[in-house]
Design a protein around this ligand. Structure first.
Ligand code: 5GP
Length: 120
């Protein structure tokens, strides 16, 4: 079940600039900032500017421009952060069983060392 969007969630506040973050990228469609509790040498979160909780909701309700913009932003972050040569991992937790904590859609970008097998 998709939660209703709560505009008091922490990433909504980061988007509005109400709480600080270390932004590493921003454009018309997305922003990216360092995760506060990094799980790899590089750990960046990319979020769409729009109010979406989940991938399923974003892909259903988002405009083609928003979706393309977000996908392009994730790639731009990886390029800008110098991750392309050695590689990186994308991950999105969606909903309860995935352990999603912040109810604003986000993609984790991990890099900086061999990351090991997934779901370890
Ligand atoms: P998820 O919802 O996919 O489980 O993960 C939420 C992620 O957001 C976690 O990796 C957590 O460390 C990060 N996070 C939670 N609160 C903040 C915050 O206030 N600032 C930043 N930069 N990251 C946060």
């Amino acid at each position: 079940a998709t939660l209703p969007y709560d505009d008091q969630n922490i990433f909504a506040k980061i988007l509005r600039g109400e709480i600080p973050s270390t932004r590493v990228y921003e454009d018309e469609w997305a922003i990216a900032f360092h995760d506060i509790a990094p799980q790899a040498p590089q750990h960046i979160l990319v979020i769409p500017r729009g109010a979406y909780v989940s991938w399923d909701d974003f892909s259903a309700r988002g405009s083609d421009a928003e979706i393309a913009g977000f996908v392009r932003a994730v790639g731009a972050v990886a390029r800008q952060a110098g991750m392309v040569a050695d590689g990186y991992r994308l991950l999105a937790n969606i909903g309860q069983d995935a352990g999603q904590v912040v109810p604003h859609l986000h993609v984790h970008v991990f890099a900086g060392q061999p990351l090991g097998p997934m779901l370890a």
